[in-house]
Design a protein around this ligand. Structure first.
Ligand code: MSP
Length: 649
């Protein structure tokens, strides 16, 4: 088949709630989608990869209120602000072709038209909603769906809710949706089909409440003021409005719809595998080809969530380990369809084993030997030796096929395993052929060139196939091999690398990480920030003239001795080096906050022109500066590098 006319491929991630900063769980799905999109581009498909943000709903309205800003300002900050969604995707090297925000005008207008169409065709009607509502999940549930009376998704309390609302005739489509799920491969992994059919369809699919009147941050129902469209209706149609459905902003519907695959987390499979196809059926629109429900990244066996305070920060990990190592880890360590337990140990050991030891060593050893034994370029190589080279050549030459089969079924972990089997085999091949022994005799140099060529060519194929996972690393390896072809055709053939390849070395691609040190550093870095002091701010003092301020002499002093004052619970007595050569005595009422020993040698600040006064019969010549809020007090300490006697100005 002609690789250049493979056709189109439309892939999406869920659009994210910008209700808080994104964590590693969100990053997981987007990195997987990116790997898939890059794989399809590599194969020669015309790819459209969509991601975006889902910005309406009560949760956002509430959060904005809490923050004292408008909902739009609130989401703008999380989406476009520093360290926000767009920044994270840029950092993670996400190659999305389009980014939709559900607050974009074209989307809002399109949703209004879509809602009206379904109202006009009779699939949306007005009624009264009575039921249970989970506010954090923005989901309505029937009594039978609750688990122990709580939200089945997040386990939180649900509220009784009753309001006039519009409903979508979901029940009408129950049989068609069940047929779609059971008799086609629309939903994967297949284990999720039973879950959908048994938990949601068989107990009786009820009509879905699709408008709200209790808050206003949503797409207004234009023919009935006061109602806003249910956020999931608004959100699901993003997959089509971003192509130009019911709007003129884009014109790609014909080319890219239906989507080839929607990647979604397992808790939102229900929306994508039941509600979404039913709405499309109502509008007589083609259904997406596939919904793939991936598993969760768990932390200590539970779901990460901002409210539980157990989220893992992708920025921190990318900064410490590199973007490619993080991307690789996410897809190498967990089967995409199942849950996986995240841990820093697993992350570090994956990097050390696969990237530093196996891949990194293979590249650096091979390139270093090529340079050492042949300098600039390999000479023309002799024929391969069927016995000694056969296995490696066969494995590397057919890798693309095995890899593609795994990628086509979204088995990223297995696709990577296929590559790493070849990398391991190549490392073993080095030991079997001992190039350093061949290098000793002039007559074995042609064989040595062949061995190194086989290794370099194996590296080229592996690096090319790693591109979807680690784009920057693949490019760097390519550079070290003299930028050979790494297109899809070339990756299916052994022997594409020019025989006289010039290999260049470079720094370690993935330096080995010291596990204990790194774990300790990560723990330190993820300690919560200092607690906020809730005590009221002190009353402001009246303004003073600059001249008055200048009358205060503040001097850096060093603690020479410090002891408790007998019979006083409050006072500590200090002798201080104030730079004059004569120790200064100051008494300070801070015994409740400090033990004398801990202050010895500290560099503090004192007011040194305060009139001396007697306290408990002892003279105090000045006052030590401290910061106080409520019942917390801290002496002002300055750098030990500042000499006693220095004046604060
Ligand atoms: N806004 C909806 C999606 C609408 S799509 C039309 C939404 N947003 S979300 O921000 O809450 O979640 C986005 C995706 O991140 C979901 O697919 C969810 O499963 C995924 N993840 C959130 N935490 C996760 C993990 N800990 N692990 C893996 N994926 C997780 O849902």
């Amino acid at each position: 088949m002609c690789e250049k006319c493979k056709g189109k491929f439309y892939i999406t991630t869920p659009i994210y709630y910008p209700s808080a900063k994104l964590h590693i769980g969100h990053t997981y799905c987007t990195v997987a989608t990116d790997a898939m999109a890059r794989f399809k581009r590599l194969q020669g498909y015309d790819v459209l990869f969509l991601t975006g943000t889902d910005e309406h709903g009560q949760k956002i309205e509430d959060k904005a209120k809490e923050a004292g800003v408008t909902p739009k300002a609130y989401v703008d900050n999380i989406v476009e602000g520093e360290g926000g969604v767009l920044d994270l995707w840029k950092l993670m090297n996400i190659s999305n072709d389009r980014f939709i925000r559900t607050t974009d005008d074209y989307h809002v207008a399109a949703i209004q038209k879509i809602f009206k169409k379904m109202y006009e065709n009779g699939d949306i009607y007005k009624g009264t909603y009575k039921g249970k509502y989970c506010k954090p999940c923005e989901s309505f549930w029937t009594e039978s769906q609750l688990v122990d009376g709580k939200c089945p998704d997040c386990g939180r309390e649900v509220q009784d809710a009753e309001e006039e609302a519009y409903f979508f005739r979901l029940s009408k489509y129950a049989d068609r949706v069940q047929d779609l799920l059971e008799n086609t491969d629309f939903l994967e992994p297949r284990s999720r089909v039973n879950e959908m059919v048994n938990n949601f369809i068989k107990p009786g699919l009820e009509d879905l409440c699709v408008s709200r009147t209790s808050f206003s941050w949503g797409v207004p129902v234009d023919f009935d003021p006061g109602h806003v469209v249910y956020v999931w209706i608004d959100a699901l149609f993003n997959y089509m409005t971003a192509l130009g459905f019911q709007n003129d902003k884009y014109n790609d519907l014909e080319k890219f719809w239906p989507a080839d695959v929607h990647f979604v987390g397992k808790e939102i499979v229900r929306f994508h595998a039941i509600i979404w196809p039913a709405m499309l059926m109502s509008l007589n629109l083609p259904l997406p080809r596939k919904v793939f429900g991936h598993g969760w990244l768990l932390l200590d066996g539970g779901k990460m969530s901002k409210s539980k305070g157990n989220v893992v920060d992708p920025y921190l990990l990318a900064q410490r380990f590199g973007v490619d190592a993080l991307r690789f880890f996410l897809l190498r360590s967990f089967p995409f369809g199942s849950d996986g337990n995240f841990s820093n140990e697993l992350l570090i050991s994956t990097i050390n084993t696969d990237l530093a030891n196996d891949l990194g060593n293979l590249v650096s050893r091979t390139v270093a030997m090529a340079q050492k034994y042949f300098g600039e370029r390999l000479p023309e190589v002799q024929e391969a030796d069927a016995e000694k080279d056969g296995e490696l050549l066969e494995l590397a030459g057919t890798l693309r096929q095995r890899y593609a089969a795994q990628m086509e079924s979204y088995a990223f972990q297995n696709a990577l395993s296929e590559i790493f089997k070849v990398i391991s085999r190549a490392n073993k091949y080095i030991d079997e052929n001992a190039p350093w022994v061949l290098a000793k005799r002039e007559e074995s140099k042609p064989r040595l060139a062949r061995v190194l060529y086989n290794l370099l060519e194996t590296i080229r194929i592996c690096a090319g196939l790693l591109t979807p996972f680690m784009p920057q690393t693949a490019e760097e390896i390519g550079r070290r091999l003299g930028n050979p072809a790494m297109d899809w055709d070339s990756l299916g053939t052994f022997g594409v690398l020019p025989a006289n390849v010039a290999a260049v070395n470079g720094p370690a691609l993935f330096p080995r990480i010291d596990m204990d040190k790194e774990l300790a550093a990560l723990e330190e870095l993820s300690k919560p920030a200092a607690p906020v002091n809730e005590d009221p701010l002190p009353e402001p003092l009246p303004e003073i003239a600059f001249d008055d301020f200048q009358k205060v002499e503040m001097t850096v002093v060093k603690v020479l001795t410090c002891e408790k004052v007998k019979k006083s619970e409050k006072l500590l007595k200090f002798t201080l080096d104030d730079g004059t050569g004569t120790p200064r005595q100051i008494l300070s009422g801070i015994a409740k906050y400090y033990q004398p020993e801990e202050l010895l040698g500290k560099t503090l600040v004192a007011v040194t022109n305060l009139a001396p006064r007697k306290m408990m019969g002892q003279l105090s010549c000045g006052m030590l500066l401290s910061a106080q809020r409520g019942d917390k007090l801290h002496l002002v300490m300055v750098s030990d590098g500042i000499a006693p006697g220095s004046r604060l100005v």
